[in-house]
Design a protein around this ligand. Structure first.
Ligand code: ZN
Length: 261
């Protein structure tokens, strides 16, 4: 057994700082050995998140500027670029083409393009990407501003078409799957179309409204079990797929769990 096997689960999109007690949740993830990419929604939130997570072995903070917040947070764009220089994990960034966010769409594109370009400039960045109702533009910007050998983009809760998922996969993107995708027919069809070596798990906790509680360890374990059934894999092989994809992505950002025993 390699030491990497001590990680018990992976959550590639979790809003730790929106939970009522972030410090307690970080301690729980460390105790349960759940590796977490903790996204933030404003660049301003980065210093506090970094502080909370600096001593954690398993929970790692990302710097982001959520597309839904660009209307009021556009001025943070310079701060975001600066902090990307300090953080190898980036997110949540991306585009939201929903009617209620349509008015900020051009500014969203500006923020996302600059975040991608900064990630590319520094290299070795892993970016968690929001793409609701904007899959085509999201993938085009990723393609235009990054190279997969320098930046890994993870499409979080991807809800585009199968054809758009194929295009994203060809661009080098990974996909983080959450429980809501596993319960919807459209999500399940999409998951079946994904290349196995790009599949990751996430909870989007605490924002996902699927009636689940917020137990991240429970959710990550359950997702692997449900993915195994959906993809006709043995539970142990499914875990091996998720685990090796996850370790590869964290390693890309310079994060290794090998010292954790
Ligand atoms: Zn999110």
């Amino acid at each position: 057994m390699t030491r990497d096997e001590t990680v018990k689960g992976f959550d590639f999109h979790c809003h730790i700082d929106l939970h009522p007690d972030p410090a307690a949740l970080i301690a729980r993830c460390d105790q349960e050995r759940i590796a977490v990419l903790a996204v933030t929604t404003t660049a301003r939130a980065w210093p506090q998140n970094r502080l909370w997570m600096q001593d954690s072995r398993y929970v790692h903070a990302a710097v982001g500027l959520h597309p839904e917040l660009v209307a009021e947070g556009y001025a943070e764009i310079d701060m975001l670029e600066k902090y990307i220089g300090e953080s190898r994990l980036v997110g949540e960034v991306g585009l939201d083409g929903s009617p209620q966010h349509r008015s900020s769409y051009e500014r969203q594109k500006d923020v996302f393009a600059r975040a991608l370009a900064a990630s590319q400039r520094y290299g070795g960045r892993v970016v968690s990407v929001h793409s609701r109702r904007a899959a085509r533009d999201t993938v085009s910007l990723i393609k235009g501003h990054t190279a997969p050998e320098d930046v890994i983009c993870i499409l979080h809760w991807f809800s585009g078409s199968v054809a758009e998922a194929v295009r994203a996969g060809d661009t080098g993107c990974y996909f983080s799957i959450n429980p809501a995708m596993l319960t919807a027919d459209r999500g399940r069809t999409l998951i079946e179309s994904l290349p196995r070596d790009r599949i990751l798990t996430e909870t989007d906790s605490p924002l996902m409204k699927a009636g689940h509680n917020c137990s991240i360890p429970l959710e990550t374990a359950r997702m692997v079990a449900e993915l195994a059934v959906l993809l006709s894999e043995k539970p142990t092989s499914m875990w091996e797929i998720v685990r090796s994809n996850s370790l590869r992505v964290f390693r890309f950002a310079g994060i290794s769990f090998e010292e954790c025993t």
